[in-house]
Ligand binder design. Structure first.
Ligand code: CA
Length: 232
């Protein structure tokens, strides 16, 4: 992906006014926007693929947003998915993360704030395309940052955008403690991000892919009350 690539965003949202607002704002930024008004349509469009980002409403007329997210993750593990939700409940946010969403924005939100978040994602997508190193090694796991693939015990899995970014940050700071707040700021690009649980949730996912024994991690360590530390 070169820096010249026009960024394509898929919006899965049934409220026409919201779709219009999002579309206008993103087209103004030079992005290509495709909108799906139902969950099923969203899943098909995601399957046809090649979006750089998906914005997904939780309350859809046909399939609920969690199922849509899960379904999309079954064929695309990398694409960043931001959930748009009217619900501010912690449980809903955690559930969204569990089914594979990367981040969420609670309605009503400011378009400016959402755009800032989107820009941060695209900046990092472009950087990944050109920046070295292209590979990280953590324990017995080898991570190809450009293909977003992790190979461990002869098994290769695709990582999500935020998993790659989180690993990159921890490895740039290997052997140092990195606080959750710093992770949120640098990886999610936010001061008051979703929740600290977001970070914990992604750490759990990474441990499953990297550690031999997730109950006794040797590479991604929790430093109680301080944050996380990567020992490559
Ligand atoms: Ca809705």
């Amino acid at each position: 992906m070169s820096t010249e690539t026009v960024k394509r965003v898929l919006v899965i949202e049934d409220e026409p006014d919201m779709v219009r607002g999002l579309r206008d704002a993103m087209v103004f930024e030079g992005y290509e926007v495709t909108a799906a008004l139902t969950g099923q349509e969203g899943i098909s469009l995601a399957r046809e693929g090649d979006h750089h980002l998906i914005l997904l409403d939780l309350m859809l007329p046909d399939v609920n947003g969690y199922q849509v997210c899960e379904e999309i993750r079954s064929f695309d593990t990398f694409v960043p998915i931001i959930i748009l939700t009217a619900r501010g409940q912690e449980a809903d946010k955690i559930r969204g993360l569990e089914v594979g969403a990367d981040d969420y924005v609670t309605k009503p939100f400011s378009i400016g704030e959402l755009l800032a978040r989107i820009k941060a994602i695209f900046r990092r997508l472009d950087r990944t395309a050109v920046e070295a190193p292209a590979q990280l090694v953590v324990g017995a796991a080898v991570i190809d940052l450009r293909k977003h693939e992790l190979t461990h015990n002869r098994r290769t899995v695709t990582l999500s955008f935020y998993e790659v970014e989180l690993l990159r940050l921890l490895s740039e700071r290997a052997h140092e403690v990195v606080s959750r707040d710093e992770i949120l700021e640098k990886v999610w690009g936010l001061e008051a991000s979703p929740t600290n649980r977001t970070v914990d949730n992604f750490i759990v996912k990474l441990r499953r892919k990297i550690e031999e024994d997730t109950k006794a991690p040797r590479h991604i360590l929790t430093i109680y009350g301080q944050g996380y530390k990567l020992i490559p």
